[in-house]
Design a binder for this molecule. Sequence first.
Ligand SMILES: [Zn+2]
Length: 393
Amino acid sequence: MPEWGLLLLLFAAIAIGYALGRIDRERKRRKKAENLSQEYFVGLNYLLNDQPDEAIETFIRALDITSESAETFETRITLGRLYGRRGEIERAIQVHQGLLAKPSLSYQQSLRVQLELARDYLSAGLLDRAEALLRDIAKAENSIRYDALKLLLDVYQQEKEWQRAIDVARQLLSRDEGYYRNRMTHFFCELAELSLQRREYHDARERLQQALQADRNSVRASLLMGAMEYEQANYRAANKALQRIAQQDPEFVSESVPLLVKVDRKLGRFQSISGYLNRCLKEHPSTAVMLAIAEGIHRSSGSNRASRFIVNQLVRRPSLKGLYGLIDLHLEQLEGSSRENLGLLANLVSRVIDSKPVYRCGQCGFSGKELHWQCPSCKEWGAVKPIRGIEGQ
Ligand SMILES: [Zn+2]
């Protein structure tokens, strides 16, 4: 065969090889795309059936297939995030760090990856690293700074850096004023509690005033103010702070009653709170208020009238604590075996009361015996309230 013939054959072989390669690549690409869309719909189905774990698993599988060939920014970001959701934080960090090392990233893309990385650090409990990254992103002059500020607020809450949390919440007021004002109020109250522990009353008073400026319906600030003024023997001021609560949030009046009664004893004029308590009982009845009124009647008019009052109230609004109060009132008048029998009943009712939770979170349903201003379960502020009804207030 002449030399040109050989060259032609060689050229044809190369061309056919290239074309076959292209066809093969195209076929593979199409197959991957088909796989991806199939996995996508499988994942979507899991999501619709409320099976998020299975959905994440499917999406990760689908993205792993695509990212080998068509590695795009969005697929990597999503893959990292899915690892994070599955709790594989180290793999999420690897994906995000790998992405951040790419020189082709735009400024906006780089900010997004840094935000994802900060989210990973936060999940891994690496608060210092998350904080450093987020502070940088928060300097950016576009809307991503608000996402960074929201995460930064989480960091400062976990670190109990309340003043910093206040500064961040203030920058977020334009996003949702009511929501962030509520948080700021609680952060001011946290600072006030720290000052109270150190007996720095001047500072505590200033913090509580700031809390009330941020939200004038802050029950927590009023309760703290009442306790602080009582401790400093400013009984009139304590009385005023505590009586604000009926307007702020009547569900918390029961919380203020024990201190209010103590304040009133110091002021030496029971009539002063009886008007307030009777108003509360009428507008927003609770067992704590009812028993405080009964105690006043007991002292002024004797146990028979107090007992009649409690019975009348229990008919309208039965409660275990009310029943216990009634039994307690009768116990002191009895002697011998009658006293013993009623004592047994008192003990039984008291054990039933002790077995019940006192507070419940309106957000997630968490319940317990302690009043948490931030729910330990869902982390919502001010959502835990006294339980009402037959087993509660
Ligand atoms: Zn909760």
